[in-house]
Ligand binder design. Structure first.
Ligand code: SAH
Ligand code: SF4
Ligand code: F3S
Length: 456
C-alpha cells in the first residue's frame, strides 16, 4: 500500500483543500502517514501570499532530494497557490516550478485535483492505484472532504467559493486561484447537513471574499442565483444554514468577508440569526485613503467606518478583528500614522499584521515601486503590534466575571483551550474529557491574548 503525506501552508482555504486532497488520495487506495521517511507520495499544499511562505516550501524541497536517495520511488507533488500549470516532469509544457525544484515530480493546480491520478500514472505507470471516475468530476468541490483539520467532529470548514475577482494590487490570489466561482447552494447544504448529522456544532464557511458568494462575474453570467431576486445569495445561504440548528448546529462563522460586500442585508442577518456569532473578521488593510486607493481596495475609511457603526448598533457587543499591511509601496510616515490612528479609533480587538511583500505578476509589482526599506516596514509593524496588544488586552477585560460558552478545541493534561462566542481564546481546567463540547465557563482573569476561567 502506498503511503501519503500532505503538508499544508497558508490560509483556511488551503486546509480545506487539503481535506479534499486526502479524500482523493484515499479513493486512489493510498493510506496516510505522518512520517516523511515512511511516505511514498508527498504533497506540499503551498501558499504564495508572501515571499516567506514560498521560502519555507523551497526549504522543504531541498530535503526531498535526500529522501529520494533513500526511496527512489518517492513521488513529490507541489499544489496550492504556487502552481500555475498542472503538469508532470515529463510534460512538454511544464510549470516553471520545475526549474527551481529539481526533486519535483508533479505540479498540480488545486482546482484540477481530479487530474492527479493521470499525472501520477505519467510518473510511474506501474503504480497500483484504484480507477476513479476522475474525468466525470466537473470540479474539485464535488469531492467530499475528509474534514480532518479539527481535532473533533464538532468543528468543520466548508468552502463555498474559490478564486477572487477583486484584484487588490498587492495580492497574488486572483492569479493563483483564478476567477471567483461559487459552489451551488445544494452542494453546500448537502455537505453541511451531513456534517451536522455527524456532530458538527460550529461551521466556518470559507472563501477568498466569502460574502461576495453568488455575485462574481462567473456567477452572473451563469445566472445561477437569479431566482433569489433582491436577496443576496450569501444571506440566503446563512439563512439556510441557520435552519440546521434544529439538527444541532450552534455556530456559523465565515471568513474572510470583503468590506465592499458587507451589505445592510448581511448585517441584519448577522444580528437576527441565532447561529451567527458576535464576531467579525473584516480586513481593512490600511487606514489611509490614498493607500487604499493604491491598493485598489474599492472602499474608503469613511465607508468602512460606516459598516462598523451599523454592526455595532445592531450587535452592540460585537468583536471586530482585521488584517493590515504595513509598508505598502509609497506609504509615507503620515499615511502609516493614519493607519495607526484608525486602528486605535476603531478599537480592533485582534488582527493579522503583515509587512508588504512584493509578488511577481501583481499590478503593484508591475507598476508601483516597493520603495519602503525593510527596516521601516519592520519598525512600523512593531509599532502597530504594540497597539494591537494593548487593544486585545483592553477588549478582553470586559469579560471578567462573565460566563461565556466555550467550544473546546484542545485538551492537554487538564488544561482546556477553546473559543467563546466572541472568538476569544479561553483557558480553563477540567478532569473530564471535553474536546468538541460547548461548556459554560466563568471568566476569572484576562491576559493579553486570552481569558482564564472556571467551568461552571
Ligand atoms: N481576501 C482577503 C485576504 C486574503 S489574503 C481580503 O480581501 O481581505 C490574507 C492577508 O494576507 C490579506 O488580508 C493581507 O493582509 C495579506 N497579504 C496579501 N497580500 C500580501 C502581500 N503581497 N504582502 C503582505 N501581505 C499580504
Ligand atoms: Fe487578495 Fe484582494 Fe482578493 Fe483578498 S480581495 S484575495 S486581498 S485580491
Ligand atoms: Fe496563501 Fe493561497 Fe491562502 S496564497 S493565503 S494559501 S489563498
Amino acid at each position: 500500500m502506498l503511503k501519503y503525506l500532505v503538508e499544508t501552508y497558508g490560509c483556511q482555504m488551503n486546509y480545506s483543500d487539503t481535506e479534499r486532497m486526502e479524500a482523493y488520495l484515499d479513493a486512489l487506495g493510498f493510506i496516510p502517514t505522518k512520517d516523511f521517511e515512511d511516505a511514498d507520495f508527498i504533497m506540499f499544499n503551498t501558499c504564495s501570499i508572501r515571499q516567506k511562505a514560498e521560502d519555507r516550501v523551497y526549504g522543504q524541497m531541498k530535503k526531498m532530494g535526500q529522501l529520494k536517495k533513500q526511496n527512489p520511488n518517492l513521488i513529490v507533488v507541489v499544489t496550492g497557490c504556487m502552481v500555475r500549470k498542472s503538469s508532470s516532469r515529463y510534460s512538454v509544457d511544464r510549470d516553471k516550478l520545475f526549474v527551481s525544484m529539481p526533486s519535483l515530480d508533479i505540479a498540480l493546480n488545486t482546482d484540477e485535483l481530479p487530474q492527479l491520478a493521470k499525472l501520477t500514472r505519467e510518473i510511474n505507470p506501474n503504480l497500483k492505484i484504484h480507477e476513479i471516475e476522475e474525468e466525470s468530476l466537473e470540479d474539485y468541490f464535488y469531492i467530499t472532504p475528509t474534514h480532518t483539520s479539527h481535532q473533533s467532529k464538532a468543528q468543520a470548514f466548508v468552502a463555498i467559493s474559490n478564486g477572487c475577482d477583486k484584484y487588490c494590487t498587492y495580492c497574488i490570489v486572483p492569479y493563483s486561484r483564478g476567477r471567483e466561482k461559487s459552489r451551488s447552494i445544494e452542494s453546500i447544504l448537502k455537505e453541511a447537513e451531513g456534517l451536522v448529522e455527524n456532530g458538527c456544532k460550529e461551521m466556518t464557511i470559507i472563501g477568498q471574499t466569502v460574502n461576495s458568494y453568488g455575485l462574481s462575474q462567473h456567477d452572473e453570467e451563469h445566472k445561477t442565483f437569479e431566482y433569489l431576486g433582491d436577496k443576496k445569495p450569501f444571506v440566503h445561504l446563512l439563512e439556510e444554514l441557520d435552519k440546521l440548528k434544529e439538527k444541532g448546529l450552534k455556530r456559523v462563522r465565515f471568513t474572510s468577508p470583503h468590506p465592499k460586500d458587507m451589505s445592510d442585508q448581511l448585517i441584519d442577518a448577522m444580528a437576527r440569526l441565532e447561529t451567527q456569532m458576535p464576531y467579525l473578521h473584516l480586513p481593512v488593510q490600511s487606514g489611509d485613503d490614498r493607500t487604499l486607493k493604491r491598493m485598489n481596495r474599492t472602499y474608503d475609511t469613511k465607508s468602512y467606518k460606516e459598516i462598523l457603526k451599523k454592526l455595532r448598533k445592531k450587535i452592540p457587543d460585537i468583536s471586530i478583528s482585521t488584517d493590515i499591511i504595513v509598508g505598502f509601496c509609497g506609504e509615507t510616515e503620515e499615511e502609516f500614522n493614519n493607519t495607526y490612528s484608525f486602528f486605535k479609533e476603531l478599537a480592533f480587538e485582534h488582527g493579522y499584521l503583515a509587512q508588504y511583500s512584493e509578488r511577481q505578476g501583481t499590478t503593484a509589482a508591475k507598476f508601483i515601486r516597493d520603495d519602503i526599506p525593510k527596516s521601516v516596514k519592520s519598525e512600523r509593524w512593531h509599532k502597530l503590534n504594540e497597539l494591537l496588544k494593548e487593544n486585545s488586552r483592553n477588549a478582553l477585560k470586559r469579560f471578567k466575571g462573565k460566563t461565556v460558552n466555550v467550544l473546546v478545541e484542545s485538551q492537554e493534561a487538564k488544561v482546556c483551550h477553546g473559543r467563546s462566542e466572541h472568538f476569544k481564546t479561553v483557558q480553563f481546567n477540567s478532569g473530564r474529557k471535553l474536546i468538541g463540547e460547548i461548556v459554560p465557563v466563568k471568566i476569572t482573569d484576562s491576559k493579553q491574548w486570552l481569558l482564564e476561567g472556571e467551568l461552571v
